[in-house]
Structures are given as C-alpha cells and as structure tokens.
Design a protein around this ligand. Sequence first.
Ligand SMILES: [Zn+2]
Ligand SMILES: [Zn+2]
Length: 273
Amino acid sequence: MAFFGDYHTHTIYSHGKGTVEENVIAAVKRGLKEIAITDHGFHHMTYNVRKMDWPFIRKDVERMREKYPMIKILLGLESNFVSLKGTVDITAADMKYLDILVCGYHKFVKPERLTDQFGFFLPNLLGMAEKRMLVKNTDAYIKALEKYDIDVISHICHAAPVDPVEVAKAAAYFGTLIEVNNKNIKAKTGLSSCTDKQWEKVMETDVEFIVDSDAHRPERVGHFEKAETLIERVGLPLERVANWNRTPVFRSHKAKEELLRAAKRSAADGESK
Ligand SMILES: [Zn+2]
Ligand SMILES: [Zn+2]
C-alpha cells in the first residue's frame, strides 16, 4: 500500500514528543509526499496548543517548508468539541493560520458553558445515559460539520457514543473526510472505537475516508499498519481512501460554497416562478 501523506500528527506544541522538524524528517524517511502538523486545540485542559504559540508554529512550518522542499507541510489543528451545540474551540481569526482543520471529541476539555460540563462532558466521561447521549453527541457532530469547515473528523466513536452513520452522511454532505485513525486501533484486538459492523454501515454512505497515524512521536509518523488491517478486514475500498495513492482534496470550504450557491439558485428559481 502507498499512502500519499499523514494528515494528523502531534508535536511538542501540544501532546507530542517531537518537534515539527522531527515529524517532517520522519515523514520524508517514510516516503510521504505530505504531512500535516495538527496539535490539540486550545480548550484541551492539559495538551492544548497555547494561543500565544500559534504564530510561532506557523513560522516554524514556513521555515520547514523552505528547508524540506521535497515534502508538502500543512499546518492544521485537532480542534475539540466544547459544547452540545457543536461549538468547536476555534475562531475565524485562528482559521487564517490553518491549512487543514481536524476535529475530534476529547475528554478533559474546557466546556463552552458550565451546562456543557454537566450535560455533555461528564455524562460522556462517566458513561451515563448512553442512549440519550448518543443522540445528543451525534447532533453536536452534525451541527459542528454545518458550522465549521472541518476537513477531517478524527477517531470517530472515541470517548463519546455517536451514530457514525448519521455523522458520515453529514460529513459526505459537507465535504468532510472520516478518519481511520491508526492510534485508535487496539494492538491486541485490531478493533477501533467503532465496531466493524459500524464501519460497514458507514461504508454504505457516500463519505470518503482518510487514514492517519495520529502520531505523538516522530517514529510513529506514517505508520498505518493497524488501519490497513482494519481496512482489509471490513472491506473498505481503497479508492474511497482520499490519501491512498493520491493527494487528498480538502474540500469542506468549497462544499459549503457550492451548497450556498445551489441554495441561492433554487431561491431565485422559486422567485421567478
Ligand atoms: Zn484526538
Ligand atoms: Zn490526535
């Protein structure tokens, strides 16, 4: 198998062990053509990127682009859900630094409001009211996909119950990729947070996938072995994996523009009738 790039890696700017340069060198050694640096979003209580570091990370990436022209380096962020309303810990001002936006549910995140601590994070953490939370979490995912130009949903089903099929339908509509996250797959069982049955159902939607390492150490960059085994087992066609032998197209922004144009056209058609 030949994966074109790794679009979810961490560095010392958040929870990773290596520098941006070390991740880039590791990616070049693995033969990747692209790498994204996607540290944890601002609201994570322990592993967050600090706002004050943001311009420096951008500069760091720019420097590495000049030093390693053989690989394309993208700056991203793995943003966190902060509310049941689908709010994510990123602003329009932050977005200007970004080439790619990854978004995932994480525990131990500062909520938007106190009510989200008690109505969102705590019940998910404690596994309370699982059926009710599944509906609420799924709704939060779909609202986030609608509100933000999210390119990749990372490790779906991890740490909070969701309906991955409904999320995948919305992701397909808004031009977002669903990640097969190598780190999220248990070494012993080969199972991810989604069950194989759920992956099979997700495959019945029109969504596209992306395979990432979620490396927290440079030596894990570009390692997709567990994801490859899962892909084979559930029969995910490689032509639906956006970074398999091709440059993935991150089109969430474009997809929203197209939807807006289509809505305007149908409104204009309605008026002229
Ligand atoms: Zn994550
Ligand atoms: Zn991550």
